[in-house]
Design a protein around this ligand. Sequence first.
Ligand SMILES: Nc1ncnc2c1ncn2[C@@H]1O[C@H](COP(=O)(O)OP(=O)(O)OP(=O)(O)O)[C@@H](O)[C@H]1O
Ligand SMILES: [Mg+2]
Length: 370
Amino acid sequence: MSDLLRAPAELKYAEELDWLESVDDGPKPFSWRLSPKMVRLFVLGSERADGLDREIQQKWFGDRSIVERAIVTLASDRGLLLIGDPGTGKSWLAELLAAAVCRNSTLVVQGTAGTTEDHIKYSWNVSTVIAKGQSRESMIPSPIMTAMETGAIGRFEELTRSTSDVQDALISILSEKYISVPELDSDNIVFAKPGFSVIATANSRDRGVNDLSSALKRRFNFVRIPVVTNRRSEAEIVRFRTEELLRRHHIELDVPPTLLDVLLQSFGDLRASAAAAGSDDEKLESSLSTAEQIGVLEDAVLHGNFFGERELTARTLAASLVGSLARREPEDLAILNKYLHGVVEPRSKDEGGAWPEFLEGGRDAIATLS
Ligand SMILES: Nc1ncnc2c1ncn2[C@@H]1O[C@H](COP(=O)(O)OP(=O)(O)OP(=O)(O)O)[C@@H](O)[C@H]1O
Ligand SMILES: [Mg+2]
């Protein structure tokens, strides 16, 4: 497992999941591997009040009620649709839930304009069909069909990006819970086993969720995932991800807490100015999500590790921030420039600390890009 670039949650947390399963005496819906309370514990981490012998790490940060509603939905007849801005952790939550419930988070269909009905139902292995004809053997089940056959959770990423005939095919799967295979004369219906459910995600900035047909909407429970605005949770998420990154690259590098503060503060400032901006031209193109913040820190950490003195500096952080957020020239560069001049410069005079170096690093980066 250590030689995977990115292990799915059920592998990464296999030991934790085994342990939770061994102490779980709660009732489990269908063939679930964990009871609903244990699923929640796995996702949100343990608290002292849980009275466990060991600590379970928090993996997704957000409201408990969101997670509970999601879990309840999975045991219900409807699918679960997680909607929210880019980078709010929808896919990550979907992965964690699937890992906890059925130990398989990899039965995933990616919704794109090119997704076809075959991708969510089945297709044929042409050479086997030629050799042996159409049979169950020559059929290639989609991840969703595999989920049905095994009573597992199928995932559908970016549901709203797929075309309406694909969405229509999903309607019948979610309501009838079987897929018929008219090409076969016998054994031509694949039924879903108990435990089968679907977790879909949709990006609220994409083609609207409203574009989903009302028939499909009715077959999903919508759970909205808000952007994390709480500084403390955001700091936790960023720290959690960074530790993971450092571990993955075997990097021993110091990320000073003051620099984490600088990062959080600068994102806070930029979000506030985006909220106050009149037109799109005055807003950075980036959604300034937590994920974006993690990206900035990741780049800076790697840069510091490869080319620096094995420490993260305010200068590198500023360069990474500018590099990641300046997507449109000249609009984004102008916004960042204005931010450095109007906010960071006065702050570095008043507060000092890491800010003067951050300011200098940001200016140099902008100068290089313009
Ligand atoms: N609330 C959160 N808790 C834990 N991690 C989070 C949270 N929000 C974002 N992240 C981290 O941010 C990264 C991006 O999250 P993810 O891919 O799940 O976002 P998304 O909502 O699916 O975005 P998109 O709409 O662009 O697909 C992940 O590495 C995830 O760990
Ligand atoms: Mg996603």
